[in-house]
Design a protein around this ligand. Structure first.
Ligand SMILES: Cc1cc2nc3c(=O)[nH]c(=O)nc-3n(C[C@H](O)[C@H](O)[C@H](O)COP(=O)(O)OP(=O)(O)OC[C@H]3O[C@@H](n4cnc5c(N)ncnc54)[C@H](O)[C@@H]3O)c2cc1C
Length: 439
């Protein structure tokens, strides 16, 4: 495989210390050995691949899902557990320019439908995923962002058809959101979950629906309808690529430079005591994020551990990982000083995935008649990855998805600089960081 970060990024180092691994077992699956035939082969065992497998198997297709490491090894087993709106970074103005107002609203409907899909799966199967939070709260990190929240409230109404609640700065403390913030906006869509428990639910249901799931099986080639792994082969009518930020430049060549893996780092504390929670004044169980471009996302979880995440390092190595982890702990202690003494028991990193178009791609891969792909959820793939998986399942069976936004159908453009495209990110981060600090 040909990837754009050092081997360290694709090994166990960044994953080491992931809290979710301790919260629930995922039963091991066999290695693919020998030749098999099925209707659909799926590459990648995260939310996208598993959701595709589940929806396909439920409608009677024979399915083989192939994962290089183990289920949830990629971003799906390492994220912050925000099941929320999002999936693209393109602004309303960009979407209007590219797809018209109808195209923008169609995409926004999909964002909401994605959250509803995850909620419906959890309810239908009765999965216990430690669900909490009524929607998501955006916190102004500087006074001038309060006006932006007001403008955002109007956009939320138009885009999602819900009323977002503006919260004045003097209300933050009584509501249990004391911190370095100047106002807030709560959008009543989304909830927090334990991503590994959600993966467990998806895996169990997928296996019960008679899909085959293989682990420790790396796909090394896709030739027409044949997927070759290190020890086996699958011949399938359709192949779904669900490798997101862990994709390879040559699997297939079409992927080269169309995705940008970008690191995000998360930390989790030990459970906080009632006194500690009272001392900081943050006791709401609402998932929250701040108005920075390089944002922090955080939530007090049902077991009273506090989770906070932010952008990770630009390089990947043991040393860069130590620095990225130190940076998130530093920001946590600065934002929540009453908890500065609290042990940070877990910290880890993983890849989110961006595109040049700032939108995901979900659909047939041009020039590859058997191949479909779904990737680049811009750090919001709990809901949108699940939704993309269901969309790909419909497409693989020749069905028209009930909601298939034009905004994700257009093949995304290549980044400049090809395999050296990571060089774009330092100046981008520097500019975004400067904007966050101004004012
Ligand atoms: C630290 C962090 C925090 C995040 N927080 C949130 C959040 O709070 N909310 C949210 O919505 N999103 C969040 N995200 C993003 C979200 O986790 C992802 O968008 C989502 O998990 C993508 O799912 P996926 O199935 O498409 O890809 P992944 O889960 O990354 O799965 C891809 C899989 O493909 C496998 N693979 C790659 N190549 C091959 C091959 N050749 N053969 C076989 N298998 C292969 C990999 O091993 C990997 O397991 C976060 C991501 C990170 C890293």
């Amino acid at each position: 495989m040909k990837r754009i970060f050092s081997d360290y990024a694709y090994g166990e180092g960044p994953r080491d210390g992931c809290w979710w691994d301790e919260t629930c077992d995922l039963p091991p699956q066999p290695v693919l050995g020998g030749d098999i035939t099925c209707d659909v082969a799926i590459i990648g065992g995260g939310f996208t691949g598993l959701s595709a497998a589940l929806h396909l198997a439920q409608s009677g297709a024979s399915v083989a899902l192939i994962e290089a490491k183990h289920i949830g090894w990629g971003a799906s087993g390492r994220n912050g557990g925000f099941c929320c709106l999002g999936g693209g970074k393109a602004s309303d103005a960009m979407l209007d320019r590219r797809f018209g107002k109808d195209g923008r609203l169609e995409w926004r409907r999909a964002e909401r439908a994605a959250v509803e899909l995850v909620g419906a799966l959890i309810d239908m199967y009765g999965w216990d995923v430690d669900r909490h939070s009524r929607g998501e709260t955006l916190l102004a990190h500087r006074p001038r962002d309060v006006a932006a929240l007001e403008a955002e409230a109007e956009k939320v109404a138009e885009n999602y058809g819900v009323t977002a609640e503006l919260i004045a700065s003097d209300q933050l403390r009584p509501l249990g959101m004391r911190g370095p913030f100047h106002g807030a906006l709560t959008t009543p869509v989304g909830f927090g979950l334990n991503p590994r428990k959600y993966l467990r639910g998806l895996l169990d249901a997928t296996l019960r629906a008679r899909a085959q799931v293989f682990e420790r099986s790396t796909v090394v080639a896709i030739d027409g309808p044949v997927v070759t792994t290190d020890q086996g082969r699958v011949r399938a009518e359709r192949i779904i690529l669900a490798t997101n930020g862990y994709s390879s430049e040559d699997l297939p060549r079409w992927m080269a430079a169309r995705y940008m893996p970008t690191q995000s780092t998360v930390m989790v504390t030990r459970p906080l005591t009632d006194d500690e929670i009272a001392a900081q004044g943050w006791h709401i169980d609402q998932m929250a994020y701040d108005t920075r471009n390089l944002l922090h996302y955080f939530r007090l979880m049902p077991d009273r551990r506090f989770l906070i995440g932010m952008r990770g390092g630009l390089r990947s190595s043991e040393c860069a990982e130590v620095q990225a982890r130190a940076a998130v702990v530093r920001d946590f202690q600065r934002m929540f000083p009453a908890w500065a003494h609290v042990d940070v028991t877990h910290c880890w990193s993983g890849f989110v995935c961006l595109t040049r178009d700032q939108m995901p791609f979900v659909g047939p891969v041009p020039g590859h008649p058997h191949l479909l792909a779904g990737f680049a959820f811009h750090g919001n793939g709990v809901a949108m990855g699940s939704f993309a998986g269901r969309t790909l399942a419909d497409l693989a069976q020749g069905q028209t998805p009930a909601l298939y936004p034009k905004a994700v159908q257009r093949p995304v453009a290549r980044f400049p600089l090809g395999q050296f495209r990571r060089a774009i990110m330092p100046p981008v981060y520097a500019a975004l960081g400067l904007r966050d600090r101004c004012g």
